[in-house]
Design a protein around this ligand. Structure first.
Ligand SMILES: Nc1ncnc2c1ncn2[C@@H]1O[C@H](COP(=O)(O)OP(=O)(O)OP(=O)(O)O)[C@@H](O)[C@H]1O
Length: 270
């Protein structure tokens, strides 16, 4: 399946999706539309349902009701390898990659595109090397993946996603263990790929700077959506996150020339 969606058709459409476990409702009637080429952020307090929703999108959680379509196809009707060709996932916890080298981990991005016994071609190798260079890991290509720093691991996983050539990149708090430089670097790298990205964030200022649109989830329901300026208001921060904050404009504009909201938190308020 390689159909591209028309510019105004959502790439991903989440229609009235609910999910829960053992009679506990965790996601309630979620409606989300992600347009092609957008960088969309998912924010919300701990336990709000961010990972649960993202897991529904990469078919780890099967919704109890509702439908998720990708390019107008129900994702549960697609063959798993077809969906894996189109959707790459970068998670917060790096899965153990045994003793694979950085090169080998990045080469795993080819897996959905290869039949069982087909070998890595010269052009595949060139694509892998190019992805390694893009994320700045050329000096680490033969190093074992496990020995990389946290930020280098996340960059290697993004390189794996680049090799996979997906239409949609899903990222679940991919920067939460990283220092501030790597947080910015990993997100800017994801943004530079030019693919549609749906990512969850805890750092709301980073989300404001990176995202075209934000969705807020609380208690398993989407409560706010829109541009960062529309969503990141002092009222929303008080209602949803329970914090007292002031929202100003960041001194920089976004690459598209839009104002970027910047949050200053106040301490000592209940
Ligand atoms: N497999 C599961 N079994 C039982 N409860 C679950 C399961 N998955 C999620 N939950 C519960 O659902 C709620 C939402 O969890 P989820 O991980 O989606 O939240 P989150 O917004 O990603 O949180 P955080 O910001 O803390 O990572 C939590 O109360 C969590 O304990």
């Amino acid at each position: 399946m390689h159909t591209k969606s028309a510019p105004n058709t959502p790439l991903l459409n989440v229609n009235n999706v609910s999910w829960g476990i053992a009679n506990k409702s965790i996601l309630n009637n979620i409606n989300v539309q992600i347009s092609p080429g957008k960088f969309v952020g998912l924010i919300g307090p701990n336990g709000a349902g961010k990972s649960s929703l993202l897991r529904c999108l990469y078919r780890f959680n099967r919704p109890i009701s509702g439908q998720i379509t990708f390019n107008n196809h129900d994702i549960w009707q697609l063959k798993s390898e077809d969906y894996a060709k189109q959707v790459a996932v970068v998670l917060q916890e790096t899965p153990s990659q045994f003793n694979l080298s950085v090169f080998d981990v990045i080469a795993l991005g080819l897996t959905p595109h290869k039949s069982l016994f087909s070998s890595v071609t010269n052009s595949d190798k060139q694509n892998i090397i190019q992805a390694i260079n893009t994320v700045g890991l050329d000096q680490h290509s033969n190093q074992s993946f496990e020995s990389l720093s946290g930020g280098e691991k996340q960059r290697a996983l993004i390189a794996r996603a680049i090799v996979q050539q997906p239409q949609l990149l899903i990222m679940d708090e991919p920067t939460s263990h990283l220092d501030v430089k790597y947080q910015i670097q990993v997100m800017e790298l994801a943004k530079s790929l030019g693919v549609t990205v749906f990512a969850s964030f805890h750092d709301l200022n980073l989300a404001a700077a990176m995202c075209d649109e934000l969705l807020v989830i609380k208690n398993g329901e989407i409560t706010h959506s829109g541009t960062p300026t529309q969503v990141l208001t002092e009222n929303m921060l008080a209602e949803v996150f329970g914090v007292c904050a002031q929202v100003n404009s960041h001194p920089q504009l976004s690459k598209a020339g839009n104002s970027i909201p910047h949050i200053t938190y106040f301490y000592g308020y209940e």
